[in-house]
Ligand binder design. Structure first.
Ligand code: CA
Length: 226
């Protein structure tokens, strides 16, 4: 489903997705989009943030807070300068974002990635083992290894690395990472996560590029390492 109020952009997106073999439901405003999401259960929503009436943020919030629709992936479309919108959108559960102006090829690539990885999985608790290339993280044993060598991590660094590595290619805002790996109650600022990331990178040594900085937004685990 594509929710976009600008007819020209909507038409271009629809044309290109259909050429890739996708069936497209086109919506011109947030209210209509939200109601069609509920009735049509699309595989993916491409959602423009700036919409008349109900805006994209509100559509995303409603989709992601409803147990029936929350697993439907959302790619937000935003203007390049609106970093705060990106952070907000990812914070309320959008799965990815793309900045205007974007190339068709870029959009198609994002759609492929998001469809392939499916909805954000919640961690299944202790003992979960994640392997990405030469990196292995075993939460249950509190062990991280790079090429078999143990990496000495603090519990917070361990949770941070495990969470990021569990979702390669996905961008997480700092505030989201904080609440996931440190806890809502901690008296911390967003920048606190930078300290943990810096320490983590230092310990990863030659593999520190696995944790990528997304400027103005947050961090992600390298997609290529999946
Ligand atoms: Ca718009």
């Amino acid at each position: 489903m594509v929710i976009e109020d600008e007819p020209d952009i909507l038409e271009v997106i629809q044309y290109n997705l259909e050429r890739e073999g996708h069936k497209v439901i086109a919506c011109r405003n947030g209210e209509q989009g939200l109601s069609r999401i509920r009735t049509d259960n699309p595989d993916l929503v491409i959602l423009d943030l700036m919409l008349p009436g109900m805006d994209g943020v509100e559509v995303c919030r409603q989709v992601k807070s409803d147990p029936v629709t929350k697993a439907i992936p959302i790619i937000m479309v935003t203007a390049k300068s609106e970093e705060s919108d990106i952070v907000l959108g990812l914070g309320i559960g959008a799965d990815d974002y793309i900045c205007k102006p974007f190339s068709t090829r870029e959009l198609i690539a994002r759609v492929k990635v998001v469809l392939r990885r499916g909805p954000l999985r919640e961690e299944s608790g202790g003992g979960e083992r994640v392997v990405r290339g030469s990196l292995t993280i075993d939460l249950g044993r509190h062990e991280a290894r790079v090429e078999e060598a143990l990496v000495n991590l603090t519990p917070t660094e361990m949770r941070l690395l495990h969470f990021l590595a569990s979702h390669p290619g996905r961008v997480f805002p700092r505030a989201h990472l904080l609440s996931r790996v440190i806890g809502e109650d901690a008296i911390v600022t967003d920048r606190n996560i930078d300290v943990h990331v810096r320490a983590l990178r230092q310990k990863l040594g030659d593999h520190q590029s696995l944790i990528e900085t997304v400027r103005g937004v947050g961090y992600r685990f390298a997609e290529a390492a999946r």
